[in-house]
Design a binder for this molecule. Structure first.
Ligand SMILES: [Zn+2]
Length: 300
């Protein structure tokens, strides 16, 4: 091999190496570009919609609050229907509701689930309680006293709420949104009360699902704050209240997925108990809820 051909060979190797390098570089660049495009596409037209479980608070067995003829269970599903309408029209959310908006009955999905999974739900509830006791005993979780005492729930209601948590865990929901309206004990429950406004409940910091739940709640809070007042009830003045006790947001660490409970307002506020006014007030709350969810899930 003479000197020239050796040089030629070196040149050839150099050219091949250069070609390989630029091919790899180009590939890397296009791959990045592809990734960028695909995240943008999924950002704009997500093909895996966010799974939102709507839980219109209470049911026919235990209707929650009542003001004059209006029961809370009805008000919560009227609002849930408005929220579902907007989220479904958006296209980036998949909506499941625990109760039928019209009849107020549990949907087939949930009544079947409560019936067919009764043993598993009871086991789920008991093991969550045991695990929590163990964590409290070892200091894994420190007990935080409730800011507000909530009405104790009956065994049936407790069973259904734990059932809903289990369902939400099994289906890996992106959010379980519990919809409620507030009330408070006073001498004459037929008279309009003195507090107004909304408040939210989230899992306390030490719970597994607390961070995401609190982040979602903050976006919902910011959005609702534009259309309605924060609760004027002194113990709710913080707006977002952390709880270890509400089953809905994962008492006993029973909810591994994000959960937020919103008390959208007081039942006796004219905007809510007067039917004619609800045609405006509920869509307004629904739009704010939709915006809060879009802000959290699609505007990071
Ligand atoms: Zn309620």
């Amino acid at each position: 091999m003479n000197i020239v051909s050796k040089k030629n060979l070196e040149l050839l190797i150099f050219i091949i190496a250069l070609a390989l390098l630029s091919w790899a570089g180009f590939n890397y660049f296009t791959k990045n570009l592809e990734e960028q495009i695909s995240t943008e596409i999924s950002f704009n037209h997500s093909d895996d919609p966010k799974l939102i479980l709507l839980v219109p608070g209470h049911d026919h067995e235990s209707y929650g609050g009542k003001f004059r003829e209006l029961k809370e269970e009805q008000l919560t599903r009227e609002l849930a229907r408005e929220i579902a309408k907007l989220l479904e029209a958006d296209g980036r959310f998949k909506i499941v509701t625990t109760r039928d908006f019209e009849t107020g009955d549990y949907t087939d999905e949930f009544s079947d689930f409560f019936a067919s999974s009764e043993t598993q739900i009871i086991h789920f509830k008991e093991s969550a309680k045991k695990a929590m006791s163990a964590l409290l005993a070892t200091g894994g979780i420190v007990r935080e006293e409730a800011v507000i005492e909530h009405n104790l729930v009956t065994a049936d209601t407790g069973f259904r709420l734990y059932g809903i948590n289990k369902w939400a865990n099994d289906k890996k929901v992106d959010l379980a949104l519990h919809i409620h309206f507030n009330d408070y004990p006073r001498d004459d429950m037929k008279v309009v009360g003195k507090y107004v406004g909304f408040a939210m409940y989230v899992p306390e910091d030490q719970f597994g699902n607390s961070q995401t739940s609190q982040d979602i709640a903050q976006k919902l809070y910011n959005s609702l704050d534009n259309v309605t007042a924060t609760s004027t009830f002194p113990l709710e003045s913080g707006g977002i209240i952390k709880s270890q006790d509400l089953i809905a947001v994962g008492a006993n660490n029973s909810q591994t997925h994000p959960a937020v409970l919103v008390e959208y307002g007081y039942m006796y506020e004219p905007d809510y108990y007067i039917a004619d006014r609800r045609t405006k007030s509920l869509p307004r709350l629904a739009r704010a809820t939709h915006k809060g969810l879009v802000d959290y899930f699609y505007k990071k």
